[in-house]
Design a binder for this molecule. Structure first.
Ligand SMILES: *[C@@H]1O[C@H](CO)[C@@H](O)[C@H](O)[C@H]1NC(C)=O
Ligand SMILES: *[C@@H]1O[C@H](CO)[C@@H](O)[C@H](O)[C@H]1NC(C)=O
Ligand SMILES: *[C@@H]1O[C@H](CO)[C@@H](O)[C@H](O)[C@H]1NC(C)=O
Ligand SMILES: *[C@@H]1O[C@H](CO)[C@@H](O)[C@H](O)[C@H]1NC(C)=O
Ligand SMILES: *[C@@H]1O[C@H](CO)[C@@H](O)[C@H](O)[C@H]1NC(C)=O
Ligand SMILES: *[C@@H]1O[C@H](CO)[C@@H](O)[C@H](O)[C@H]1NC(C)=O
Ligand SMILES: CC(=O)N[C@H]1CO[C@H](CO)[C@@H](O)[C@@H]1O
Length: 850
């Protein structure tokens, strides 16, 4: 094949320049003219100032990052092709005590929304009251459950009163801050309730009354933007019901006058302690999104675009502190490639189709192209045309469409913004793959320790006959509740001086460390089930001490206000010759929280409370719980920082008095069920592409740079299981290995006009160059693989074939080494040789960043 003149380098470079210039002009237009926008909708789409729009949205939860991270996250979302940022509003973060509102620091919602506005983007705001979000208690404040007579999320007056007060407060505050679109602000959509349709059956008629009440209540706040309810097929006419799921193609709202909006397209999944890490291949997400727009969707949101971190005690029951979600921006806010880049290319392709997509009033019927293949053609009366060709077969196919043949890879969608040329296919990834490295791990050493006394000791201890409920007792001010009682064991029951028995807790939520006579017996992790711990007793009086802890409160399901924690429904000792001993009715002594929490040991610096600290860290079954602290200097540079706690057990961590969250490095994921190179063909589910089996579910913990001083930062851990603190390190996360493999015919989503109206003889779209890029401040230090020809294998494991231009490495070295980024056109003229004329070729390259 003779390279078409269009494929000359200068043409590609010119096209890139035009594209950049167009983006720049567009950005100026958007940035300098954020004006009032009215929002309405019809059966096809949301309308901004009367114009239908195809909108791409992504979820970023503001308290899951720090305020200094926000501008960077928003800029990366904008560059990734998003129009809208979606977030929940977290009631328990904003009203920690009844009537006392908090909008400081990570909870500065107006500031976050203004930053989105300044970036020229819109906001979809999900006000709650319930938010799920794998967030503690689904966002309900702890005090709410103690309002007399309250029942959550049903036709219950106390609940409705508090909900209406909070929602009105939020809307009034946002209005005052001029944050709604009609005021010149970014908010174009507001959500009330969340996935109520998943649980409403539990409430019967009262649930229906509540759902209608809350929809009307929301509309009556006069926010004057459309209100949505996700997963709520019964939503009244005044509110748009929307879809959540891994796929929403073909989904339709409950009324002909409403558009198809997708509020949660799961980019991955959350991870629980002791679970492997779920991932979702980008080819499948791109497929789902393209299918959604193909079949009439008009607004779709990535849940999550940035997942972030469950700092402090904000995570829901049993989820890891990392809320990474395998999102396009990783937990640390760094770009995850190829996910971010491939979706950016998809968004560019969809934007090219937008004029044709919004021009039709009715979604066109599908055109069958084969047993597992179909097309949708959006053609307006004015002649604009865009088409989608989809295949959900597991085999690659060739289809005939409007008299032309098209290669259609398995499980993919091709996007044709002019109904002729493919500018994007969901299965053909042009974005580079980046492996992040943990650079220069710096040991954090010289730890000192302070033992936490075992059992109730403090002035706030109290006694009660029988078992108390943990959440009621602690009001969720701490994870920890001590339980202690004594049991009498007769000589006859203990023939050999000690008796082996089992301590059984009928129901335990979530985890408990158990001690007999102040010696550690074991840890049980029961998750609301029965827990059993082997213990040894001696004749006479034995003390039984239990440190029960919540790992986040329940956040999903009906009747959340009735959820209980701690030891429920009895505790007994089984296996003694004298029979089972019930302890549930005993005289128990309790203590809410730990001594170290009262002393605020996590706030210490070098001098404060020094009297409490020992020079050594000793951990055994008598000194079972320890506070440990030391100092460290901030690593140079501006890369994200992570603490490696793999040498530790379980507990909580703080730097400079700010909570990094819970850690549980000792809890490993199951050994099997993982697929590191998961096959994305076929329907996805959250357990399909698990990774990191057999590893601690999380051992890197995000340390936001915003929380650090240049030198002498304090770090404190409360360690519950022991470990080796001298092995703790802090590392800087940076791109390390980068690689890419794309074919010479890889499509490129450039505006059709930019390549058809410039005297070109063909309507063939421009072809993408291979792009390699390190982070700003880094450079490409080495090309570790390069082959123009027919190389095979995956990124990181490329293999040469007999068709290989031996100039490949030289060309790549000259173009890339020493630069932050480079683009190499995939044409033989660049390589000075065509290694196999007539064959379709590709370029594969791998490089190192430094
Ligand atoms: C909304 O507007 C109506 C009509 O102007 C008014 O009666 C009502 O009080 C307003 N509601 C709120 C919450 O401001
Ligand atoms: C896919 O290809 C395989 C083997 O090449 C064949 O056995 C199978 O029938 C094909 N499936 C479809 C749906 O065409
Ligand atoms: C329970 O134990 C505490 C502490 O030992 C004691 O002060 C209290 O009187 C006991 N209560 C009963 C009802 O025995
Ligand atoms: C350490 O703590 C003491 C007592 O709270 C305080 O006065 C001092 O400023 C702190 N030092 C630093 C470096 O934070
Ligand atoms: C990080 O620092 C480098 C210089 O060391 C700079 O070029 C780069 O832009 C910075 N990156 C960010 C995100 O600030
Ligand atoms: C590349 O191959 C050509 C012939 O195919 C040969 O003449 C040349 O020396 C080779 N160059 C290198 C760097 O191996
Ligand atoms: C809640 C919800 O929408 N769940 C759906 C998520 O997507 C998967 C895969 O399509 C469906 O099976 C679930 O029902």
């Amino acid at each position: 094949m003779v390279p078409h003149p269009y494929l000359q380098t200068w043409n590609i470079m010119a096209a890139i320049r035009i594209w950049i210039w167009m983006c720049f002009v567009l950005e100026l237009l958007l940035q300098n003219h954020v004006m009032a926008v009215t929002v309405s909708y019809d059966q096809r789409a949301l309308k901004l100032d009367g114009q239908r729009r195809m909108l791409i949205s992504g979820s970023i939860h503001y308290p899951r990052s720090t305020s200094k991270m926000w501008p960077g996250l928003i800029a990366k979302a904008k560059e990734g092709g998003l129009d809208v940022i979606q977030t929940y509003v977290f009631w328990n973060g904003h009203e920690p005590r009844k009537g006392v509102y908090n909008y400081a620091g990570r909870y500065n919602l107006p500031k976050f929304l203004r930053l989105v506005s300044e970036a020229g983007m819109y906001v979809s705001l999900r006000i709650g009251p319930y938010v799920c979000a794998e967030w503690n208690s689904g966002g309900f404040p702890a005090w709410l459950r103690f309002v007399p007579g309250i029942e959550f999320r049903t036709d219950n007056e106390p609940f409705k009163l508090e909900t209406q007060r909070f929602v009105n407060h939020v809307v009034a505050m946002l209005k005052k801050e001029m944050l709604f679109a009609w005021q010149g602000g970014p908010i174009i959509l507001a959500q009330i309730e969340n996935e109520y349709g998943n649980i409403d059956a539990s409430y019967g008629e009262a649930g229906q009354r509540y759902m209608n009440w809350i929809a009307n209540m929301a509309v009556a706040t006069n926010a004057s933007v459309p209100w949505i309810m996700c997963q709520q097929s019964q939503a009244p006419l005044s509110v748009i019901n929307t879809c959540n799921g891994f796929y929403c193609d073909g989904w339709r709202p409950n009324s002909d006058g409403k558009p198809a909006l997708w509020t949660e397209n799961w980019t991955g999944w959350f991870q629980g302690w002791g679970e492997a890490a779920p991932t979702r291949p980008v080819q499948d997400i791109a497929f789902a999104v393209a299918r959604f727009f193909q079949k009439g969707g008009s607004f779709q949101n990535y849940y999550m675009y940035h997942g972030g971190t469950n700092f402090e005690r904000t995570g829901v029951e049993s989820v890891t502190t990392s809320y990474d979600y395998d999102a396009p921006l990783d937990e640390f806010g760094d770009i995850r490639q190829p996910k971010w880049g491939h979706l950016k290319d998809l968004h560019a392709a969809l934007k090219l189709c937008e004029p044709a997509l919004v021009a039709v009033d009715i979604v066109p019927p599908h055109i069958s192209l084969g047993p597992y293949q179909e097309a949708h053609v959006y053609r307006s009366s004015s002649g604009t045309c865009a088409a989608f060709l989809a295949s959900w077969s597991k085999n690659d196919t060739v289809v005939e469409f409007q008299g032309q043949s098209y290669d259609l890879p398995a499980w993919s969608v091709s996007i044709l913004p002019d109904c002729k040329s493919v500018v994007f296919n969901t299965a053909k990834v042009g974005a580079q793959t980046v492996t992040m490295g943990m650079q220069g791990p710096i040991p954090i050493t010289n730890w000192v320790s302070s033992h936490e006394p075992l059992g109730p000791q403090l002035g706030n201890k109290f006694s009660a006959m029988g078992l108390v409920e943990q959440i009621t007792t602690t009001q969720d001010t701490t994870d920890y509740l001590w339980y202690m009682t004594t049991v009498q064991v007769s000589e006859s029951a203990v023939p050999n001086g000690t008796a082996q028995a089992t301590l059984v807790m009928s129901s335990l939520r979530d985890v408990a460390h158990t001690f007999v006579n102040y010696i550690y017996s074991g840890t049980v992790n029961a998750n609301g089930h029965q827990a059993a711990q082997a213990i040894s007793l001696r004749p006479g009086t034995n003390s039984i001490t239990i440190l029960s802890m919540t790992m986040g409160l329940q956040g999903y399901g009906p009747f959340l206000e009735k959820e209980k924690a701690g030891i429920q429904y009895g505790v007994r000792i089984e296996g003694l010759p004298s029979g089972t001993m019930e302890l549930g009715g005993n005289n128990w002594t309790y203590q809410v929280g730990l001594q170290g929490e009262y002393k605020q040991l996590y706030k210490v610096n070098e001098s404060y409370f020094s009297a409490d600290w020992d020079k050594t860290f000793e951990f055994d079954d008598r000194n079972f719980l320890s506070w440990i602290k030391t100092g460290f200097d901030t690593p140079a540079g501006n890369g994200s920082l992570a603490l490696d706690l793999s040498s530790m057990g379980k507990g909580q961590a703080w730097v400079n008095g700010l909570s990094l969250g819970r850690y549980w490095s000792s809890f490993r994921a199951q050994n099997n069920g993982c697929h590191e190179n998961c096959d994305y063909h076929g329907s996805f589910g959250q357990t399909k592409c698990l990774t990191k089996c057999g590893q601690p579910s999380q051992y890197w913990y995000h340390v936001p740079r915003q929380w650090l001083l240049p030198k002498r930062n304090s770090i404190v851990l409360f360690e519950e299981q022991g470990g080796n603190p001298e092995a703790i390190t802090i590392a800087t996360r940076m791109p390390q290995h980068i690689c890419s493999h794309i074919s010479e015919s890889h499509p490129f989503p450039l505006p059709v006009a930019s390549w058809t109206k410039r005297g070109s003889l063909t309507s063939m779209p421009p072809r993408a160059p291979l792009l390699l890029e390190c982070a700003p401040g880094q450079y490409i230090s080495r090309i570790s693989f390069a082959s123009y020809g027919t190389p095979s294998g995956d990124c990181g494991g490329f293999v040469l074939s007999s068709c290989h231009a031996n100039t490949s490495s030289d060309v790549l070295r000259k173009a890339c080494v020493g630069r932050q980024k480079c683009a190499v056109p995939i044409v033989s003229s660049i390589f000075g040789v065509d290694p196999c004329p007539g064959l379709s070729k590709s370029l594969a390259a791998a490089a190192e960043c430094a």
